[in-house]
Design a protein around this ligand. Sequence first.
Ligand code: HMG
Ligand code: MG
Length: 296
Amino acid sequence: ILPKKTTIIEVGPRDGLQNEKNIVDTKNKLAFIQALQNAGVQEMELTSFVSPKWVPQMGDAKEIVEQTKKIGRQFVLSPNEKGAERALEAGAKSIAVFVGVSNSFNKQNINRTTDEAMDALQPVIAILKAEGIFVRACISTAFYCPYEGKIEKEDVIELCRRFVSMGVDELSVADTIGMANPVESYELFKLLKVTFPDVLIAAHFHDTRKMAIANIFAALQAGIDRFDSSAGGLGGCPFAKGATGNVATEDVVHMLNTLGIHTGIDVNKICEAVEIIEPHVSRPIETGMYRLYKTK
Ligand code: HMG
Ligand code: MG
């Protein structure tokens, strides 16, 4: 039995753009965000307070947060204490921290081992919770790691358990390099639902092998009703070898619409947002629903 209503967490302005080599003007990012809001998006990852040396594209995080109209829940990513401080200063109310299950991935992405990252985040999360901040924990490499291969479910559960004991409100569990299949998706998300009945759980699929839509359907069957997706299918982690875009918001919403599952999001208006950002990104946008929109 499938959920009747789902929430889409739009990650285009963050995951979508972080991997883009051309620096996109802040005003063009803001126009993209506004168009996504107009399409009905109620939850969105706006930007990241990461090191601008590591990810120059996210160097305008403060301006993005300050100049975005406050609608719904707006996340910013933060890897550490410094990022959390910068996010709070900019007025962020919802913060996403991120750690992968795999040590090798974490070394590449945040220059820390898993334990080092978790030990450093514990007091940061405690402060954020005391400040009334909504905290999302993004769990990378929950299925496969580009450096270590297959990841065991028990290791994912263990990392999630540590985050839950620190008081996070949500787990966003990611197939960073798009290698999972629908059985793996169903089994992990079912286990997560049973193990953590009191936290929100979102599924974050990259679409490297065009399996993301099938994996989302499997996660729906496991009872998941929150999905991260990116308008235009943009995205990818610059420090995960072989990562490509996220599953496209327009394609996910289209599938959910045809299943009679409510999202509150207008597919055509998502395509209008894609049209706004398309001239500013270097990769071709070839998602199913966007192609249809362009040929109309
Ligand atoms: P480091 O070099 O080890 O940092 O990088 P450090 O702590 O040694 O500090 C070095 C310098 O950076 C210092 O400045 C710090 O102040 C500064 P200096 O004294 O040299 O002038 N610094 C910062 N500046 C701004 N904001 C900060 C910050 N922290 C330190 N937050 C660090 C460690 C974590 C900072 C770096 O590795 C980093 O920024 N990594 C981010 C990588 C990233 O953005 N990855 C993509 C997001 S995760 C993702 O996409 C996966 C996800 O989508 C799920 C999935 O699909 O799997 C969420
Ligand atoms: Mg991602």
